[in-house]
Design a protein around this ligand. Structure first.
Ligand SMILES: Cc1cc2nc3c(=O)[nH]c(=O)nc-3n(C[C@H](O)[C@H](O)[C@H](O)COP(=O)(O)OP(=O)(O)OC[C@H]3O[C@@H](n4cnc5c(N)ncnc54)[C@H](O)[C@@H]3O)c2cc1C
Length: 256
């Protein structure tokens, strides 16, 4: 699949380090699918769809810096939609989003609300300034907030917010955020693994299942094509929550 060129028609500063970009075209994604974003002359990096025609980017390094340097009217090469996306089912669902991980969940929650599904969101961030898409989530249902520093909502990490919820009431739970957060939430939902879908990230080079960079030990499941969304029971016994591999393939141990 060759990248198509898309023009940026809107840029929104969502938090001090996160920006959304809307394009002049939609690639028609299922919520949870991603695209490879070609930043000309720099790199091609994976991003989830946060809108049918847009992405939401956290500034971390060279490629994301170059995306932040773009203005309305600038362009990027887009390759997608790629991967499997979330499967929407049930009558009541819980979204658990940490940091920029809330991006694909906002699109999922809106699709769920449109389909008449009752949506509750547990939104976690380091501090209140970093909460992503709070208004979008409030428009579609109840929101429980946690902040690490206690500046808004419950003081603590995402898992601290689980005690404010009756987990058994939800038909499906959808997770996206830092891997330690998702592993903790899955650990606290023991027995519910078949009802949990988690979007996980690994180092993607090709996005086509060829290079093997994103394969999960020990099964070799390729996150870029078989994922990035997995039912939690499929992640049990894998490297998930323990380590991941960086650009060179070297193991990077879980950081917290
Ligand atoms: C399926 C998926 C969906 C993602 N969705 C989003 C999103 O919606 N918004 C967002 O801000 N970020 C998202 N990311 C992460 C994003 O791809 C990286 O933050 C980005 O590539 C960083 O590039 P950089 O050159 O700015 O940083 P660098 O300085 O090159 O790297 C910083 C860190 O970013 C990660 N990273 C860098 N390159 C890649 C790559 N090719 N594949 C995977 N991780 C990489 C690594 O953890 C690395 O340590 C997603 C990642 C995946 C795998």
């Amino acid at each position: 699949m060759r990248p198509i060129s898309a023009r940026i028609v809107e840029i929104v500063q969502e938090t001090p380090t996160v920006r959304s970009l809307r394009f002049d075209r939609s690639l028609g994604p299922v919520p949870g699918q991603y695209l490879m974003v070609w930043v000309r002359g720099i790199d091609e990096v994976p991003m989830s769809f946060s809108y049918r025609d847009g992405i939401t980017v956290q500034l971390v390094g060279e490629a994301t810096r170059a995306i932040f340097d773009l203005e309305v009217g600038g362009s990027l090469g887009l390759r997608g939609p790629l991967g499997n996306g979330f499967t929407l089912s049930g009558e009541r669902i819980l979204l658990v989003g940490g940091g920029v991980g809330a991006a694909p969940l906002a699109l999922l929650g809106e699709a769920a609300a449109e389909a008449g599904i009752e949506v509750t969101t547990l939104l976690a961030s380091r501090c209140c300034d970093d909460l992503l898409f709070l208004k979008r989530f409030e428009r579609i249902g109840e929101v429980v907030i946690t902040t690490d520093d206690g500046s808004l909502g419950i003081c603590g990490r995402a898992s601290a917010g689980l005690s404010a919820l009756q987990l058994q009431e939800f038909d499906q739970i959808y997770l996206c955020g830092p891997e330690p957060m998702m592993a903790d939430v899955i650990g606290r939902c023991a027995g519910m693994e078949t009802k949990i879908q988690a979007s996980i990230d690994r180092y993607f080079k090709c996005g086509m299942g060829i290079c093997g960079s994103c394969s999960l030990d020990p099964s070799g499941i390729r996150v870029c094509v078989e994922g990035p969304v997995f039912r939690a029971d499929r992640l049990a016994g894998t490297e998930f929550g323990r380590y991941r591999r960086g650009a060179s393939g070297i193991k990077l141990l879980r950081d917290g």
